[in-house]
Design a protein around this ligand. Structure first.
Ligand SMILES: Nc1ncnc2c1ncn2[C@@H]1O[C@H](COP(=O)(O)OP(=O)(O)OP(=O)(O)O)[C@@H](O)[C@H]1O
Ligand SMILES: CC(C)(CO)[C@@H](O)C(=O)[O-]
Ligand code: BAL
Length: 275
């Protein structure tokens, strides 16, 4: 496994590779990331992981400075799973001020985008840069960040980028909490409470499968239940899987983002309603 920090070295290393599968990350790796690396092996002869905490996708009052940076540990975890780790510094990715941005589709203003203005433009811009740098045949992203995956699919399709986007299932702790680098911000009591987000979504899924169809009422009840336990809820929303617009019927996804103390957690669950 090779650790590379410059774009020129990465391009030279990959120039002779016939097929590359790519997993972009912000590091502080957990089993969710490692699962994507294992799947990547099925999609390319050479597997590249990137580790880059992208300043463009953090708002001014967000956790860019505190975000855990654990490159040595991450490289140990990646041994035997990937061929190349690309870990550029901020100056390598943004040597001059970035004045060209990728404008994401309108859905980027809803859900997480409403709570984090500019986040998806920063994410789309860095993903576009990384895909241009690595030029993979396949790129893998987790369904845990469901809206992000949707926006990346739109980006790649609408900009005609020659890469297959693959979504990996969410890897969870044994109690159901979705693994996330930010889980480590939780104290012991918050970690015990955190599972309630997934339980709430699972309960909504059961109600939908049992015939509940008043989506607004289900969403409002979930927000009330979370708020009553001390959560600060950004949204709970039942949407179509295909376009993330307000749900009709059929293949739905229930998405939520809520804060426990200073930690913002995301989760979602797919629900397929049969007519
Ligand atoms: N539990 C998980 N299961 C599957 N994929 C995941 C999981 N957590 C993160 N990923 C995916 O890993 C990739 C890199 O994500 P990132 O480095 O931001 O990790 P994260 O744990 O989501 O961190 P954060 O807490 O900052 O959201 C993304 O495609 C993300 O969707
Ligand atoms: C896709 C990504 C690596 C872009 O910085 C980031 O948003 C993430 O880790 O999900
Ligand atoms: N995993 C999503 C990246 C972010 O929250 O910035």
């Amino acid at each position: 496994m090779q650790l590379i920090s410059t774009i020129a070295q990465l391009r030279a290393r990959l120039s002779a590779e016939a097929s590359v599968a790519f997993v972009p990350t912000m590091g502080n790796l957990h089993q969710g990331h490692l699962d994507l690396m294992r799947q990547a092996r099925l999609h390319g002869r050479c597997v590249v992981a990137s580790i880059f905490v992208n300043p463009l996708q953090f708002g001014p009052n967000e956790d860019f400075d505190q975000y855990p940076r654990t490159l040595d540990d991450d490289c140990e975890k990646l041994q035997g799973l990937v061929d190349v780790v690309f870990a550029p510094g901020v100056n390598e990715m943004y040597p001059a001020s970035q004045t060209v941005f990728v404008v994401p589709p309108p859905i980027a203003d809803e859900l997480c985008g409403a709570a984090r203005p500019g986040h998806f433009q920063g994410m789309a811009t860095v993903v576009c840069k990384l895909l241009n740098i690595v030029q993979p045949q396949a790129a893998l992203f987790g369904k845990k960040d469901y809206q992000q995956l949707h926006i990346i699919r739109q980006l790649v399709a609408q900009l005609n980028m020659p890469v297959e986007v693959i979504g990996g299932e969410t890897v969870r702790a044994s109690d159901g909490l979705a693994l996330s680098s930010r889980n480590q911000y939780l104290n012991e009591a918050e970690r015990a409470e955190a599972v309630f987000l997934n339980q709430t979504l699972r309960s909504m899924r059961e109600q939908l499968l049992s015939g509940a169809r008043d989506f607004g009422m289900l969403e409002a009840a979930a927000v009330r239940a979370l708020t009553a336990r001390g959560w600060s809820v950004d949204y709970v929303a039942i949407r179509n899987q295909s376009d993330l617009k307000t749900a009709g019927a059929g293949e739905l996804v229930v998405l939520a983002a809520a804060r426990l103390g200073k930690t913002r957690l995301l989760d979602n669950i797919e629900v397929n309603l049969h007519p």
